[in-house]
Design a protein around this ligand. Structure first.
Ligand code: ARG
Length: 563
């Protein structure tokens, strides 16, 4: 039980005739300052019923409420401020964490329902961008959070493996490419060809016609075109897999856009049968005026299908294949319009399940305030970023802990973890600037800081030779530990909030606050001194290691025991 539930129950006992338990709970507030206690009850709402001033009601209630679990109940004007009995709450929380360990906060709210998560989804023959990195790590964290509360997440990498860019690439490869170069460094070389195409096409617009012709051949399953496409795809995937390997993120499906090539006719037929298609200058569109949206372009005048046509086929396929209870799309904010159209078209088709489709947008990563774009070849290669992060972590570890035996492994966990953490710690819609030095710092609100705090807490436990015991009563009553206890106690709600809002930053922020509270405690308290509270303090340290580790796990970040 959390403090609000405890207070609600106590207040309810004395206002039973006038308010229900949920009503009482809804009225409770979290005081802004610790001086006003842990939970507050405003008595205004009872003024009408009791025909008395709220101040007087507050004073009378304070007399009647059972004081058992409270240190004190203070009346301040119309407010009742409840101060929890720290030893009662701390022993309750520490017992539960000792018993449940990392399962503290688990639930089965999801009822094992399938949730498809469209995430990462980079484009073949181009580098994974920082935007795709965001989609990958946000999607992965959401999948971990959802599975903690009982859903069954299905991670789908909707690869951008089809489209007119393959026509361009084939032209460029045939004119200026070489097999060896593509084999040696696929993404770099394919990107170079792509950029070269765009540069040359500015002077020689006929190149665009060639590209269109090649794409058409590809759509018609021309052997040469198809083989080149397959080869570009598999070489690119090999490169992507290196990054997914470094991030330790995997997928349940790599069905990308091309997978839906033979599944779009059905969608178009359905749209026709439902009389939703209109012809507009030779193109087929679905009018979405009543949604205040631009029309959805389903088929171009030359018969070519579009991004949204594939997404319609994909949505249908996912519903049939997985019978999802929720279908999530972790894709940059700039595609909001597209996902609104997608949902609106499905709604028009009378698919009620379209209500369960959620676009989870996120902001841009900038470099020195500027947007990163691939068109002009101005890209940040993710593999390099991750390797640099690892090197920087290694340098810091070597300084702090030169004898660490597995320092390469730890440096990887810290460096890569730092990049992931940095990405997840801000509200996902915020844009942020990427500055590697800041990301890998061991101080400040960083991943390494949280990891370091966890390792430090672990080493205290090791030094003390402490093992937690779920049957022992661990009671604490000082104010520094109380701050920690409250952060631990709120964990199940924090997890729920992160899940409800699809917001990993809620978890990241919790980990930072918990780490800060612990470091403050550590600075003020002699944890290992031999007195009657030593075991309780160690149980607190143990609980901190468990929850910090679980916070990091939910973000997709390791918590090394030593660093
Ligand atoms: N490949 C696309 C891009 O890089 C993202 C795909 C997102 N998923 C989807 N189902 N549309 O912009």
């Amino acid at each position: 039980m959390n403090n609000k539930e405890i207070v609600a129950q106590a207040v309810f006992e004395v206002v039973k005739d006038n308010l229900t338990l949920p009503e009482v709970e809804r009225l409770l507030e979290n005081p802004k300052s610790v001086d006003h206690g842990d939970v507050a009850f405003p008595a205004f709402s009872l003024a009408k019923v009791f025909r008395k001033a709220p101040q007087q009601i507050a004073a009378e209630l304070a007399e009647k409420i059972n004081p058992e679990t409270f240190e004190k109940i203070e009346v301040v004007g119309p407010y009742l401020n409840f101060f929890m009995k720290k030893e009662v709450i701390s022993s309750m929380v520490l017992k539960q964490i000792a018993k449940e360990e990392k399962h503290f906060g688990d639930s089965n709210i999801g009822n094992e329902g399938n949730v498809t998560i469209d995430m990462s989804s980079p484009n073949i023959a181009k580098p994974i961008s920082m935007g795709h990195l965001r989609s990958t790590v946000i999607g992965n964290s959401i999948s971990l959070i959802l599975s903690k509360i009982g859903y069954n997440p299905i991670k789908i990498n909707h690869l951008g493996d089809w489209g007119t860019q393959f026509g361009k690439l084939i032209v460029a490869y045939k004119k200026w490419g070489s097999e060896e170069k593509v084999k040696a460094e696929p993404i770099t070389e394919l990107l170079r060809l792509y950029v070269e195409f765009h540069e040359k096409a500015e002077e020689e617009p006929e190149l665009n016609d060639d590209a269109r012709a090649w794409f058409k051949r590809l759509e018609e399953n021309d052997e040469e075109a198809l083989n080149l496409w397959k080869w570009f795809r598999s070489e690119s995937l090999k490169e992507f897999s290196k990054i997914y390997g470094m991030l330790e993120i995997d997928f349940d499906s790599y069905n990308g856009e091309a997978f839906y090539n033979d599944k779009m006719d059905e969608v178009v037929t359905m749209l026709e049968e439902k009389h939703l298609l209109q012809t507009n200058e030779g193109a087929e569109i679905v009018d979405l005026e009543k949604y205040d949206l631009n029309p959805a372009l389903i088929k171009k005048s030359d018969g070519a299908t579009l991004y949204i046509t594939r997404d319609l086929a994909a949505a249908l396929y996912r519903k049939r294949e997985y019978n999802f209870v929720k279908s999530l799309y972790v894709v940059g904010n700039e595609q909001s319009g597209h996902f609104k159209q997608l949902k609106a078209v499905l709604k028009e088709m009378d698919f009620d399940w379209s209500d369960e489709m959620v676009h989870i947008p996120f902001g841009l990563i900038t470099k020195d305030g500027k947007k990163l774009s691939t068109r002009k070849g101005k890209i940040v290669l993710l593999e390099e970023v991750l390797n640099e992060a690892k090197d920087s972590a290694l340098a810091q570890i070597q300084e702090k802990n030169p004898d660490l035996p597995n320092r390469e492994e730890v440096a990887h966990q810290v460096g890569v973890g730092a990049v992931i953490f940095h990405d997840l710690k801000n509200d996902r819609l915020n844009n942020f600037d990427f500055n590697l030095e800041e990301v890998v710092r061991f101080e400040g609100e960083t991943g390494p800081y949280v990891q370091y705090t966890h390792a430090r807490a672990k080493s205290i436990l090791e030094k003390a030779g402490f093992t937690v015991d779920a049957e022992t009563v661990y009671a604490l009553n000082d104010s520094d530990s109380w701050e920690i206890i409250k952060l631990l106690q709120s964990y199940p709600e924090v997890v729920m909030q992160a899940a409800d809002q699809y917001e990993p930053s809620v978890i990241a922020k919790h980990s930072i606050r918990l780490a800060q509270a612990f470091n403050k405690y550590y600075a003020h308290t002699k944890i290992l001194v031999d007195d009657e509270q030593k075991e309780a303090r160690l149980a607190l340290v143990h609980a901190v290691t468990v929850i910090l580790k679980e916070d990091l796990r939910l973000l997709g970040v390791h918590a090394p025991n030593k660093m």
